[in-house]
Ligand binder design. Structure first.
Ligand SMILES: [Zn+2]
Ligand SMILES: [Zn+2]
Length: 706
């Protein structure tokens, strides 16, 4: 440990110790505020539990209603069929309730209502902020408002989008997607719900993009066409190139007002009367990455975007000179800092060049066979290194995978990649070369089922089938949640006899490192925030625990006062006042729009049905009744999907048919409304099915009268 780090740690311990009495006090106050005591007589929510006064009129209508009710009840009694089941109805209801809780829990993971935020950085000293409280916090018309639409405190990092607003001037920064995962069956990705922008469209003065990762530009295809095409869209060469590529997939490609920014020119773009923006070159795992500085009447805001620190970068170093200049001459009044890797201790242990060296080593060690490298398609520097190492060894390189080819094309056009002469070949040509001349760069490092790597394993790829002399390199880390898929891909490769070399497993092959994360580690954050010395601080781009850890770092290690740090959730309106204070002063509507892999919207109710069906199945009964007599005209049709296999369930089906005959016969005299009859049948059938199987599928009775 060097001296500087020792000092820092000592400072951390000292600050923690100083804070202890404060934490103790907070804890005691929180206990006093405990929820239940609020409902006690005299408590602030006592009114909510007081019994409402009864009115005579209400009583009278109630009696009339009750008479009708008792008539309906006796008729229903007459229609009752003995179900001959051994389980009680209550058991079925309990099962249904538990199921619906499970389904709701799964389907609402990404739904943001008014979130609970009693964090000590919530701007209200850890007290829960109610809607009433927010309403009473009158908006300050002179405040600059920071409104996160997406990317904060969510499940999984993604769909980043932030609004900065002053009076009736608004700028929008980033429009990302979030990939949904298996909990949302049939959903490919989700984008932010931009109702607030739709309602204030005329105020939008500029749209800015920090960089071209999909969690920052992935929603462009859906959102950009909704804006006035004259609004300027700022981004670097590579970023705008990637956005255009995405827009070109639309049927009607809109003509938009793209403004390509060269961050090294340090240009200030006056985007509205009171707001001006400047792009700062910073390092990340994609070309053309930037931070954004917004100058407002209340002070200067630095939005970090995504970033990492490298001692020895491949391209140009982060523009620390410009950053230092701004810090010295203007000062940073508010910093929004990303939080992705705040939980990773230390700093980046190696550089991209080390990754390049490792890839060269792979080519040397396994010199007689093909080398297949999978990485993220936006890792243009990595791809440049692969080309260099391959060219030095006389290997040719072919790219495979739609996004891989796309990204390399955009990088070439934006001059973000250096390509050695005569090294790149087309897939169909490279396979004609001897194995030792072949290097393939492909997608699929996350074990995606339909990506190139898996297709090579299963033999579904047009040109390549894995053989035992192949060496496959995973130049990436699995994104949390993807591990099982990566394992399955690795297993498939090993079964084919191939060599597999993964990042983080250097002890197995003595080759590594093979990947470098795109986000700053803890100590990098400490250094950078110290360097920027912001007056106020807002962690962003992360799940809630990341935001919290980022805030703790700012308070405990950097020494920013707690009251100058704010953790917001999506939809919070954060005011940045003239006095350079942060406060939460309202909420706007936020949410998700879900899309399937055909880019079609998926409604949330559909997701709930899908989850329900995937667990319990669906059961349809079709009854055909005589219109005049009400008798069953033929044996009811029964359809079971994702539930029980009908051919093996004759006894149960017989029981259900028997029930339906009795039920229809008994219904003739009372002639109930169709809706009522359907509901009764649904409930009875559900009970019979639950009794026989322990499951409650979605039951759909269809009644035809002919
Ligand atoms: Zn990124
Ligand atoms: Zn990001």
């Amino acid at each position: 440990m060097n001296l500087k780090e020792e000092e820092r740690r000592a400072r951390l311990l000292k600050m923690r110790a100083e804070r202890l009495p404060d934490i103790k006090k907070q804890f005691e106050e929180a206990q006093k505020r405990n929820f239940n005591s609020n409902f006690a007589p005299g408590g602030k929510d006592a009114k909510l539990v007081a019994k409402p006064a009864k009115k005579a009129a209400a009583k009278a209508t109630k009696t009339v209603k009750e008479t009708a009710k008792s008539k309906a009840k006796s008729e229903a009694e007459a229609r009752k069929v003995n179900l001959s089941v051994s389980t009680k109805k209550g058991e079925m209801v309990h099962h249904q309730r538990m199921l619906s809780q499970d389904v709701n829990a799964q389907a609402t993971q990404h739904i943001i209502g008014v979130p609970v935020n009693k964090s000590r950085y919530n701007g209200y000293n850890g007290e829960q902020v109610t809607n009433a409280k927010l309403k009473s916090a009158r908006p300050d018309p002179e405040a600059v408002r920071i409104i996160p639409i997406g990317g904060l405190g969510e499940f999984g990092i993604g769909k980043n989008m932030t609004i900065i607003e002053y009076k009736s001037e608004m700028i929008v920064i980033d429009m990302g997607v979030l990939f949904a995962g298996e909990d949302y069956p049939g959903v490919n990705y989700m984008i932010p719900d931009i109702k607030y922008l739709e309602d204030n469209m005329k105020n939008v003065k500029a749209i800015l993009f920090t960089h071209a990762h999909l969690d920052h530009i992935g929603a462009c295809r859906h959102l950009l066409p909704q804006f006035n095409p004259l609004i300027p869209i700022y981004g670097t060469d590579f970023t705008i190139g990637m956005i255009k590529k995405q827009m070109s997939e639309l049927e009607d490609v809109p003509e938009l007002n793209y403004q390509v920014v060269d961050p090294f020119k340090h240009e200030k773009f006056q985007v509205s009367e009171h707001l001006s923006v400047e792009f700062i070159h910073t390092l990340h795992s994609i070309p053309g990455n930037t931070a954004i500085v917004v100058r407002t009447p209340n002070g200067l805001i630095y939005l970090s975007g995504d970033w990492r620190h490298e001692e020895n970068p491949m391209g140009r170093q982060t523009d620390y000179e410009r950053i230092d200049e701004i810090v010295k001459n203007e000062g940073i009044d508010l910093m929004l800092n990303e939080s992705t890797n705040i939980d990773s201790p230390g700093r980046h242990p190696h550089s991209e060049f080390d990754v390049g060296d490792s890839l060269g080593k792979v080519m040397d060690h396994y010199a007689n066979g093909r080398v297949i490298i999978s990485c993220f398609s936006s890792q243009i520097s990595r791809i440049e290194l692969i080309l260099k190492e391959a060219a030095a060894r006389g290997r040719k390189v072919a790219f495979s995978g739609f996004s891989m080819i796309n990204n390399v094309e955009v990088a070439l056009r934006a001059k973000s990649i250096k390509v050695p002469k005569d090294t790149i070949m087309k897939m169909e040509d490279i396979i004609k070369l001897p194995d030792e001349k072949v290097c393939i760069v492909c997608t699929g490092s996350q074990g995606e089922l339909n990506a190139v790597l898996n297709r090579m394993v299963t033999g579904a790829h047009k040109f390549i089938k894995i053989k035992s002399t192949d060496t496959i390199v995973f130049s990436s880390n699995p994104i949390p949640g993807n591990e099982p898929h990566v394992v399955s891909t690795v297993d498939g490769l090993l079964r084919e006899g191939a060599q597999v070399i993964q990042n983080g497993k250097t002890h197995l092959t003595n080759i590594g490192p093979l990947h470098l994360s795109g986000h700053a580690y803890y100590e990098d954050h400490v250094d950078f925030v110290t360097r920027l010395h912001p007056t106020t601080y807002m962690p962003y781009h992360g799940e809630f625990y990341m935001l919290q850890h980022n805030a703790e770092m700012a308070e405990n290690v950097i020494g920013i006062p707690k009251d100058n740090i704010l953790i917001a959730d999506d939809g919070d309106v954060v005011e940045f006042t003239k006095e350079k204070k942060l406060r939460k002063a309202g909420r706007i509507h936020v949410g998700n729009k879900l899309y399937d892999d055909a880019d079609q919207p998926v409604h949330e109710a559909v997701i709930k049905d899908r989850i329900h069906i995937s667990r319990e199945g669906i059961f349809v009964i079709v009854l055909t009744l005589n219109k005049k007599t009400g008798h069953l005209l033929k044996t009811p049709d029964i359809v079971s999907r994702a539930f029980i296999y009908l051919d093996n369930s004759e006894e149960l089906i017989g029981k259900i048919r028997h029930y339906l005959r009795q039920k229809t016969d008994k219904s003739i005299s009372t002639d109930p409304e169709m809706k009522v009859l359907k509901e009764e049948i649904k409930e009875d059938i559900t009970h019979i099915l639950f009794d026989a199987t322990g499951h409650t599928p979605i039951v759909i009775p269809v009644i035809n009268k002919v």
